[in-house]
Design a binder for this molecule. Structure first.
Ligand code: NI
Length: 301
């Protein structure tokens, strides 16, 4: 059975999202589903799902095979747990994204994030758009961030700087100038003292745009902090204005090497199959973007 959505935003919530760059919702799915998702997440992280493909890695360390990661995450966990395909969370998230960005919106990526108990590291201040490897497109994207247990200041709830969604992408860098680390941190141009922490119950959500500056503190509690992020966007079109996200050019992360090796072994065909199964062909705009992006990647390699 197809999961149904039941979240309708008020005009005030929609206006506030565009003004402040973020929105807090107390519930986007049921507690039963959150409990199921916790089990799925624990299984995926314990079994290192996606690691060989470069899809599971440590965000803030060197991602060595035998070191305990400080901030493990999985890109597109749905590839390793098909039960994630049909959730109320997904149906609600799509409905919310359509209300905020319009009917053209399509799913773009997803993310499972774990901050391990007592040693889960802080997520540096950043704008999500700074991670885009191809800056020559115009992006209109948002992320829906749902904690699978309560999110508090002690375990690393989200914190936002209101209004930063209206500015440009600020300069970013690798933390400690270490290009072997996957994370980016915003280098300048914002005031962390203006941060608004957003504690949430399990199954609530914060929503932020691609330019809203955000971070999350370390996990100081004795319980893991898990979050499930669903990302959406208007299919990006080539930009008239050239931009240089130089901070992505010199990255030398272990997960990128694993991904390259996996693609060479035939993983690229698996990727195409996943995109088709994910319904990329249903949106002509999305399909065009994927083709343009693939051609640019070929040209650049
Ligand atoms: Ni982010």
């Amino acid at each position: 059975m197809e999961a149904a959505s039941n979240v309708t935003l008020t005009p005030e919530q929609i206006a506030s999202f565009h003004e402040q760059g973020f929105l807090v919702l107390p519930a986007v799915t049921s507690q039963e589903e959150v409990a199921d998702l916790r089990q799925v997440f624990d299984r995926l992280f314990a079994s290192k799902a996606g690691r060989k493909e470069g899809a599971q890695f440590d965000m803030v360390g060197h991602d060595d095979d035998d070191a305990a990661p400080a901030l493990p995450q999985i890109i597109n966990p749905v590839n390793y747990a098909p039960e994630l395909r049909d959730t109320h969370y997904r149906a609600n998230a799509l409905a919310i994204a359509r209300q905020l960005l319009g009917p053209e919106v399509t799913p773009a990526f997803e993310h499972a994030i774990l901050k391990p108990a007592e040693r889960g590291a802080a997520t540096p201040w950043h704008q999500d758009e700074a991670f885009r490897v191809d800056p020559d497109f115009e992006y209109q994207q948002l992320s829906i961030w749902m904690p699978l247990q309560e999110a508090t200041l002690e375990n690393g709830c989200m914190e936002y700087i209101p209004g930063t969604n209206k500015g440009e992408v600020l300069p970013h860098r690798s933390p400690g100038s270490d290009t072997k680390v996957h994370a980016l941190e915003c280098a300048e141009g914002f005031d962390p003292a203006k941060a608004v922490p957003c504690p949430l119950p399990a199954g609530g959500a914060t929503i932020h745009s691609g330019r809203t500056l955000h971070h999350a503190g370390p996990n100081l509690t004795n319980m893991p902090r898990r979050a499930y992020v669903l990302g959406f966007e208007i299919p990006p079109k080539p930009s008239a204005q050239a931009r240089d996200f130089y901070w992505n050019r010199d990255k030398q992360t272990a997960n990128r090497e694993r991904k390259r090796a996996w693609r060479r072994r035939g993983g690229v065909l698996v990727e195409v199959g996943r995109k088709l199964r994910g319904g990329v062909w249903r949106s002509p705009g999305r399909l065009l973007f994927e083709v343009r992006r693939a051609l640019r990647a070929l040209k650049g390699s």
